[in-house]
Design a protein around this ligand. Structure first.
Ligand SMILES: C[C@H](NC(=O)[C@@H](N)CCCCN)C(=O)O
Length: 475
């Protein structure tokens, strides 16, 4: 067979980068909605009398269905069985549905007067929407990872994963920076909770940023159909070139193979430790800026938004380094060291200057670039391609325990460490600032554990020869 005959659609640079661009739009919208409530925590407290625990419950809902109902694992199996086209449409549809429910709940503060399972119904229904959305965005995440492997394996895989993450982080950045100005701009007279009573009052519109996110998600859902047509063309070109996947189809017994692989466990545990010290931190970062660094609520999102900003450039850069030079395990360890450093300094009850927060957030951004750009392209080095959907879903499932549990723990610890805040709210007196020392120590502890697991992974790589320290681009 001649070289020309063996060429497929993925050999065209324009086609594979075009496909990446399209799926990145869907993920951008998903990441925007994921964090859109983060800068609104103080507003949720002032408009609807949410406590930090309420906010923690809502935030943790992201993982409820993924963790307890195993939705992510089903998603991975569906992905390996039904393919990326079906799973991508399904997951982006679920994101739209979840966002719609969340919007409906937030626009109905009258739900505050009821409770469901001991939780304010307003919080509970918003959480249900977020839980459904969480299923969609997580399954979309594993689908996109598999799509990238399909188009980029043997080429610029880490760079492509880095670029996709960069676009997604742009969504996170916008979600941190835009909601407060949006909510303020759309201020209106609406129902609020004051001293436990529902009153009609002028105030910022917490629902406006969610409506904006909903529209973005609908756009992401529509654009995924464009990808579907490209994917069909890729499969056709693979069939023509006789290069169709010679891979074994996925079998349920493969799950056993994945979970008996020590390398898989190390990367999964590193993943949950690392991400639990970053994504849940983002949920509280704006509030931290108000309470520890004395920033105005309207400006508090600016410093945390520098975190994803840095990753926009650094994730593709580090991905490119991994592609060409290797050193994946080392990059993950360095990232974990930075996490420990940053959160330890955040936990100190001194250095409460805004420029210290800026420096720390920038360093955290470097960590959030280093670890993912090395972690995700390392998974296909440990797990065969036909098991990748399931492997990614299992890793995400384990990670979701952290994304669910840590924000809840932080909200609870925050309330417990600051009983005077709840007391002042109940008495209608001036509300004191939260002391964030204990929550930040929890984040620092996660960083320390991540360093240890990263080292174990590097040792296992040496033993098993996964090639985590080797470049991805095959010369
Ligand atoms: C690729 C990776 N994605 C995840 O870890 C998702 N399970 C969680 C997405 C949460 C979005 N804020 C990443 O974003 O690095």
């Amino acid at each position: 067979m001649t070289e020309a005959l063996r060429l497929t659609l993925r050999d065209s640079k324009a086609a594979r980068w075009g496909a990446l661009g399209i799926i990145s739009i869907t993920m951008f919208a998903g990441y925007f909605l994921t964090d859109v409530m983060s800068p609104l925590k103080p507003m949720l407290e002032s408009e609807f009398a949410w406590s930090s625990t309420n906010y923690g419950i809502f935030t943790s809902a992201y993982g409820w269905l993924n963790v307890f109902f195993g939705m992510l694992i089903f998603g991975g199996i569906i992905l390996d069985k039904m393919g990326v086209r079906f799973t991508g449409i399904m997951s982006s549809g679920i994101m739209v549905l979840g966002a719609g429910i969340k919007y409906w709940a937030i626009t109905n503060p009258t739900l505050v007067t009821d409770t469901t399972f001991g939780i304010h119904t307003h919080v509970f229904m918003a959480a249900v929407g977020f839980a459904i959305f969480g299923v969609g965005v997580e399954i979309a995440g594993i689908t996109v990872s598999k799509i990238i492997v399909k188009w980029f394996k043997g080429n610029e895989m880490a760079l492509a994963m880095g670029m996709q993450m960069a676009v997604a982080r742009l969504g996170t950045m916008l979600a941190i920076a835009a909601p407060v100005p949006l909510a303020t701009y759309f201020s209106s007279v609406h129902t609020q909770v004051v001293n436990g009573e529902l009153v009609e009052k002028m105030g910022p519109s917490v629902s406006a940023p969610i409506a904006f996110a909903f529209v973005l998600l609908v756009i992401g859902f529509i654009t995924f159909f464009i990808y579907v047509s490209m994917d069909k063309k890729l499969d056709a070109s693979l069939a023509e070139s006789n290069g169709t996947d010679s891979e074994e189809p996925f079998k349920f017994s493969d799950i056993g193979r994945i979970v008996t692989n020590k390398g898989f466990w190390l990367i999964a545990v590193l993943c949950v430790l690392f991400y639990s010290s970053v994504f849940p931190f983002i949920k509280y970062a704006s509030d931290l800026m108000v309470n520890k660094y004395g920033l105005d609520q309207n400006l508090a999102g600016i410093i945390p938004s520098l975190l994803p900003l840095g990753t926009l450039f650094l994730t593709p850069l580090f991905g490119g380094v991994y592609d060409k030079k290797g050193k994946g395990a080392t990059m993950m360890i360095i990232g974990a060291v930075l996490i420990l450093l940053v959160h330890s300094v955040f936990s100190l009850p001194i250095l409460n200057y805004w420029f210290v927060a800026v420096v720390l957030v920038i360093i955290l951004g470097i960590a959030l670039s280093l670890v993912p750009s090395a972690m995700w392209p390392s998974v296909p080095k440990i797990i065969p391609e036909n098991q990748l959907g399931t492997a990614f879903s299992l890793i995400f499932w384990i990670q979701n325990w952290g994304l669910m549990g840590i924000p809840l723990l932080i909200g609870y610890v925050l309330d417990q460490s600051n009983p005077e805040v709840a007391l002042a709210k109940a008495n209608g007196t001036a509300v004191p600032l939260y002391d964030y020392t204990n929550p930040m120590l929890i984040f620092a502890g996660l960083g320390l554990l991540a360093i240890i697991v990263g080292m174990l992974l590097k040792m296992e790589d040496k033993k098993k020869g996964y090639g985590l320290e080797l470049p991805n681009i095959q010369k």
